[in-house]
Design a protein around this ligand. Structure first.
Ligand code: DOR
Ligand code: ZN
Length: 336
């Protein structure tokens, strides 16, 4: 059984910088045609110069593997229309983090005052720049995303022409929002389709599965599976592959993030095959994103997988991937 994917896209990807970038960028660049690159570096990507320089470093680290980094800026309510106009052609989206909600987000937003946000969000709607959001409050960890639903609703209503992408959704409530507001879309990760909180903390604590938002209940995972496997047109794949060195994961104070980039297409193939929904995988890993992000250019790439055992490496440099050392059912056998 062969599966051929056309231009697979990872619409939520952390590539980091320096040595980590050198380790992880070639892995995504090999199997994906493009990825939406998160701006939460230290310091975050907030200027044209920083964005262009980071894009160059990514292209260099990707070893010219026909991979397009779709760049993002770290949202600031101080961005003016003139600034956004000047940078519009260099970026694909702007990523908003609530302050302190996850890795390197200290400079994020500390409140959602619609009037404070209005000038920047109005300019983004007029310039057709999508807004990607890490949607969590600082409430109880299992409720953070559900509590954020009112913020999504407020933004979607006040800025009806703004494309808002709910990043890495993990709950039934977020899935329900997709059909309530025309301008809300979502990414879903690989790990949130596979695990629940039980896999993270139900037995011995699994640091390599610890991430933000934390994995939720079985019924939440079911809701995510339903829209991903069903090829819901407002949902796209975004791995949120977030590498941290082994010492930062296996530590007192474990960094949040699951590293899935090198196993994503193999595991997605297995998952969609298991549910007999293989005909929807192309929509989930590429076609939906191409329609939602109407501003992206697609690098041609054909990735073929076969039902053939693949043993996940124990590590990639300093990073431990999800399913390290385990056997997967699908392997990538050709990339053109
Ligand atoms: O688990 C996560 N890791 N969630 C995020 O939102 C950020 C990411 C990271 O950058 O490490
Ligand atoms: Zn992320």
């Amino acid at each position: 059984m062969f599966i051929t994917l056309h231009a697979p896209l990872d619409m939520h990807l952390h590539l980091r910088d320096e040595a980590m970038l050198e380790t992880v960028a070639p892995l995504s660049a090999e199997t994906f045609a493009g990825g939406l690159i998160m701006p939460n570096l230290v310091p975050p990507i907030e200027t044209r110069e920083a964005l262009l320089a980071y894009k160059e470093r990514i292209l260099k680290a990707s070893n010219e593997q026909n991979f397009t980094p779709y760049m993002t800026l770290f949202f600031k309510p101080t961005y003016t229309k003139e600034f956004l106009e000047s940078i519009k052609d260099e970026l694909t989206a702007i990523k908003l983090y609530p302050a302190g909600i996850t890795t390197n987000s200290e400079g994020g937003l500390s409140g959602f005052d619609v009037e404070e946000l209005r000038p920047t969000l109005t300019a983004m709607s007029e310039l057709n720049i999508p807004l990607c959001i890490h949607g969590e409050t600082n409430g109880f960890v299992m409720d953070r995303e559900a509590e954020f639903a009112s913020v999504y609703a407020m933004l979607a209503t006040n800025f009806p022409k703004l494309k808002i992408i709910m990043e890495h959704i993990t709950t039934q409530e977020s899935v329900a929002l997709l059909d309530k507001f025309d301008n809300l879309y979502a990414t879903i990760t690989l790990h949130h389709l596979l695990i629940t909180l039980d896999d993270v903390a139900g037995g011995m604590l699994q640091p390599h599965l610890f991430c933000k938002p934390i994995a939720k209940r079985p019924e939440d995972r079911e809701a995510l599976l339903k829209v991903a496997l069903g090829g819901h047109p407002k949902v796209m794949f975004g791995s949120d592959s977030a590498p941290h060195p082994q010492h930062a994961k296996e530590a007192c104070g474990c960094a949040a993030g699951v590293f899935t980039a090198p196993i994503a297409l193999q595991v997605l193939s297995e998952l969609f095959m298991k549910h007999s929904t293989m005909q929807k995988l192309q929509a989930f890993v590429s076609d939906n994103a191409q329609k939602i992000y109407s501003n992206i250019k697609i690098s041609p790439k054909l990735v073929t997988l076969e039902e053939k055992e693949f043993i996940v490496p124990h590590h990639y440099g300093e990073v431990i991937p999800m399913y390290a050392g385990e056997k997967l059912q699908y392997s990538i056998i050709d990339i053109k």
